[in-house]
Design a binder for this molecule. Structure first.
Ligand SMILES: [Fe+2]
Ligand SMILES: [Fe+2]
Ligand SMILES: [Fe+2]
Length: 416
């Protein structure tokens, strides 16, 4: 059945306010939880953080206190939703175990979006960063096995492969090369608007998580690895944020944010296996439908625009349902490992001019290989166990990445 949230009868905005007993949830059981339940929780936490911070920025750029009061109202509920979701993480799940979940989100979400993205330029942006987050999953998994003797495959089950992607060391690029061309939301497919907003929010949460918690890891190598990968997430947030339409008004953007939240809660409500978590998705969906209708009213009142001018039709496109993307990721890895960024475009590393800013930046950051944590973590694992940690359903499709005894620091990085 096709769902149009504009046709649903909204609850009253204030009826979304939760008491303490409601907002503090019963956590999931880390032994029995389905990895996709964790994936949905991590993504929705990031979506709520984006909604909250977006509404703070709007508030600071708005002169009308009537409008600012409306933002304060729904923002308070976004904050409660964020707590309600983020506190589902149980006490006994460690920071690094949660981190494996973050990179699992990055891989499976990005792959799903890329497979369902009609705009080829946006799809290329997704495929490009997909291979980078895929490599982060491998690096953190090596840290987890090295420090705690926990195979990350236990956490992600067989939903995703753990093997090198485009090596993290090769991902460090000059800042100019993260700036991409924006999409025109006036003509874009609704899927493209949703996909770019969703992935930007997800990557932003990963950036925030690493930049805030990376320094709380208990040893130097781990702290260094978080620091390094946090810098790549800065690139990813720049890269995806660049795709968003800068010509959207604040109120158009508000409507899109609420629509995205409705779409995701509805999608995840359909799929959720954990009954407690499913009831949270259902409750939040009702709250978001109220936010959406309020945003449509505000758009009409302050800009004299109908919601149909922003979201034609209003019906949800194909729902976001996580599934096994291992074949897709392997295919993209085999085809695109050698790509790098050249301003707004993507080209094989061998086609980059030798005086390109990429090589300058690489030399500034990575001139001492022994100081690069993403490399060191694999080297230390190899020193201790002779091989790296990986969990593959098939061997890595890139021949240069099949050697488990040596970390490849050249591929997609060296001009030769
Ligand atoms: Fe929300
Ligand atoms: Fe990322
Ligand atoms: Fe909302």
């Amino acid at each position: 059945m096709i769902m149009n949230p504009f046709e649903q009868k909204p609850i009253k905005m204030e009826d979304g306010i939760m008491d303490w007993a409601t907002v503090y949830p019963t956590p999931y059981n880390k032994q029995t939880v389905d990895p996709y339940t964790k994936v949905r929780i991590i993504l929705m936490n990031g979506i709520e953080v984006e909604s909250t911070m977006f509404k703070h920025q709007f508030h600071r750029n708005c002169q009308n206190n009537d409008l600012r009061r409306e933002l304060a109202m729904s923002r308070r509920i976004e904050q409660q939703q964020q707590k309600h979701i983020n506190w589902l993480k149980p006490i006994d799940e460690t920071q690094l175990e949660t981190t494996i979940g973050y990179e699992h989100v990055a891989v499976d979400l990005t792959a799903w979006l890329a497979q369902n993205e009609p705009d080829p330029y946006v799809k290329q942006a997704l495929d490009f960063a997909l291979l980078e987050d895929f490599d982060h999953l491998y690096r953190y998994s090596n840290l987890l096995d090295l420090d705690s003797q926990i195979p990350a495959q236990k956490l992600v089950k067989s939903y995703v492969d753990i093997t090198p992607g485009r090596p993290t060391i090769a991902e460090h690029r000059f800042p100019f090369d993260s700036v991409k061309n924006p999409v025109n939301f006036k003509t874009a497919d609704i899927r493209t608007m949703l996909n770019t907003l969703i992935i930007t929010s997800g990557e932003q949460q990963t950036m925030n998580f690493y930049m805030n918690l990376g320094n709380t890891y208990y040893n130097d190598l781990g702290r260094q690895l978080y620091l390094e990968i946090a810098m790549i997430e800065e690139q990813h947030v720049s890269h995806y944020g660049a795709l968003l339409d800068p010509n959207c008004t604040w109120l158009e953007n508000l409507l899109l944010h609420e629509y995205m939240e409705c779409y995701l809660y509805y999608s995840f409500y359909q799929d959720e296996l954990d009954t407690n978590v499913k009831s949270i998705w259902e409750m939040h969906l009702q709250q978001e439908i109220a936010h959406l209708h309020k945003a449509a009213d505000l758009l009409k009142q302050y800009e004299n625009k109908d919601w149909q001018q922003v979201i034609p039709g209003g019906a949800f496109p194909k729902l976001l349902q996580f599934h096994d993307t291992r074949d897709y990721v392997r295919q993209i890895l085999g085809q695109q490992i050698q790509l790098t960024a050249n301003r707004e475009q993507y080209i094989p590393i061998i086609d980059l001019p030798r005086d390109h800013e990429y090589f300058f930046y690489q030399d500034r950051m990575n001139h001492d290989l022994n100081a690069v944590a993403s490399h060191n973590v694999v080297v230390q694992h190899q020193q201790k166990y002779n091989v790296d940690y990986r969990a593959e359903s098939e061997t890595n499709p890139v021949q240069e990445l099949t050697d488990r005894t040596t970390d490849n620091t050249k591929i997609a990085r060296s001009p030769n």
